[in-house]
Design a protein around this ligand. Structure first.
Ligand code: RTP
Ligand code: MG
Length: 147
């Protein structure tokens, strides 16, 4: 079963959108297996966004993501990595369509509410950056197999 790392960014926490965002993934049929409200360190942020090191927005990105509490989550389900990226919407605010989280709630590319892992390798790396193994819950959900 696939897992992904999702994180409500400081703007989403400030705007009171944690519940709305969690609701969407629950309703889709994914399973929440880890979550916490936390302040992330500069080291964690730089590691998380290492692929963007050297770009003009890197400093701003690290400053923003460490500026206040984030809501870090691990979600599990079939194809959860790709499907959650679809639910999140495009990075560019002008391309994030209505119906997606960014399309419905965000105006700016840099204040885009939520992060989602973009591949199985990123998901593993990001989960390990933010969670200890004992913080991930394994539990049976009593639902029918069609979700
Ligand atoms: P994220 O990693 O936060 O989930 O977002 P993403 O995959 O959709 O986008 P990515 O390309 O990984 O970029 C990471 C974050 O950097 C900011 N960004 N600003 N041209 C820009 O000003 C620019 N490009 C990216 C966004 O906050 C984006 O979420
Ligand atoms: Mg990314």
């Amino acid at each position: 079963m696939e897992q992904t790392f999702l994180m409500v960014k400081p703007d989403g926490v400030q705007r009171g959108l944690i519940g709305e965002i969690v609701k969407r993934f629950e309703q889709k049929g994914f399973q929440l297996v880890g979550s916490k409200l936390m302040l992330i360190t500069r080291e964690q942020a730089e590691y998380h966004y290492a692929e963007h090191k050297g770009k003009d927005f890197f400093e701003m990105l690290v400053n923003f993501i460490t500026s206040g509490p984030v809501f870090a989550m691990v979600w599990e389900g079939d194809q959860v990595i790709q499907l959650s990226r679809t639910m999140i919407g495009k990075t560019n605010a002008l391309e994030a369509t209505p119906g997606t989280i960014r399309g419905d709630f965000a105006v700016h590319t840099r204040l885009n509410l939520i992060h989602g892992s973009d591949s199985p390798e990123s998901a593993e790396r990001e989960i390990n950056n933010f969670f200890r193994p004992e913080e991930i819950m394994k539990y049976e959900k009593n639902v029918q197999p069609w979700i």
